[in-house]
Ligand binder design. Sequence first.
Ligand code: K1U
Ligand code: ZN
Length: 200
Amino acid sequence: MRRRESSADGLPGGHVEIDPPLATAYIARMAIRDILVIPDKQLRLVSRKVERVDDGIRQLVADMFETMYDAPGIGLAAIQIGEPVRVVTMDLAKKDEEKDPRVFINPEIVWSSEEKSVHEEGCLSIPEYYEEVERPAQVKVRYLDLEGKEHEEEADGLFATCIQHEIDHLNGVLFIDHLSKLKRDRVVKKFTKIARHAAE
Ligand code: K1U
Ligand code: ZN
């Protein structure tokens, strides 16, 4: 496993000014983790529920943000870094906007609209492949935050698309599963060939 770590090690002593969003990097060692790519079978696992939001989960979330921002991506499910637990990170802020890191623990869709919408999707586990996917246009999502507090929130637009994509990951479902068999088989074949060559 590749770990690229960032920490306060090596900094001069005394008072150090740290931006609040960066402060967690100095509390916990954060690492950019390898992202699993298809046809890795782990991506088909159903992730288990988080029973307690503890320091282990907070460390995982820190690693997920490091990995997601480095990729770069707008979302990440823990299984994409090989951790089969129901944790999702997301940041839908645009390039010129302030960062907006969001964490969803044990997220579940408790309501979906009849109305559908079509968005182009990508996936960090299927690099450089983008296709349009139809999904419910609005959903209501229930989840826990990093303090273990429960929330319910309505999502539409890219938020609705992204949270559905990430919850699919927690259930071992990939966005290519929403495409025709022809398209799915074509992309799986391409990545299987790449994996075979890399293993040689
Ligand atoms: O879960 C993932 O694999 C991450 C994925 C999330 C996603 C994107 C689009 C629609 C639904 C879900 C990505 O982040 S792919 C990369 C991407 O979309 C992006 C990267 C940098 C800037 C803007 C977008
Ligand atoms: Zn994905």
